[in-house]
Design a protein. Sequence first.
Lengths: 130, 130
Amino acid sequence: MLIGELAERAGTSTRTLRYYETRGLVRPRRSANGYRVYDDAELRVVHEIRALLAVGFDLDDIRPFVACLRAGNSSGDVCPDSVAVLRRKLAEVDDYLDRLGAVRRQLHDQLAHAIAHREKTCLRTRNRPD
Amino acid sequence: MLIGELAERAGTSTRTLRYYETRGLVRPRRSANGYRVYDDAELRVVHEIRALLAVGFDLDDIRPFVACLRAGNSSGDVCPDSVAVLRRKLAEVDDYLDRLGAVRRQLHDQLAHAIAHREKTCLRTRNRPD
DNA sequence: TGTTGCGTTGACGCCGACGGCAAGGTTTAG
DNA sequence: CTAAACCTTGCCGTCGGCGTCAACGCAACA
């Protein structure tokens, strides 16, 4: 499988696949003419990468999952390093949820006050004798 | 008040204040030698900018709040444009909270499955006759 | 043999809020 | 006179995951 076919089957671009390679996530063989040649297992790897990116992981965090797949596991999640990343990410998400909740409350209050203020001003304006 | 003093009083840097100026958020006068001269009201403006940035607004979103303050209001929140931004941002935050909640659930499940898998493997290994 | 359609590497662009540096002018104090 | 401590404009660097050329090589078909 050449790079164009893998890109299409994975729903991404050749540029993206070359980029993953520079980041050490995908390792194609090379044919005699220098073309990248991927075997079918790499499709699985690219799907794993894309799925984790979609969840908000960066490429460094994804590396252990790829390694886990390459080690022959049916899932990229089951290796100790992957589990460690999952734990850390879950904690990060929890943190972020907390902060975002605080932001939400602040925005809500700010909005409520602003609207209350406008109500007051509006009433004063309506009651003002012209 | 010169730029260094404003920076210190606002808890930021001169570089930041010049940047805000290029983005149209702060407008100092100029003294005879070309130095930026700020009046005290600008301190309030810079505080407003910093507070909204901390909440996750970008500079374009902040512009109406600054204009509202400049129009003489006691709060930057009370003008219609500011309220519109507040509403939009609140909706964005709610969206993001939903998606982040979904991500959290997925991470949690993934982690649970991975750990369950490792338990199984561990048990098989322990029961295997060497 | 020319065209079309693959592939290759390399390098710059993007976004946002600045940091940092260069190269200079001004003001004040010693 | 000079040093220090301000100020000015201008431009490049940062981070991540690519997009988008440019300039070229290789393959296959009419």
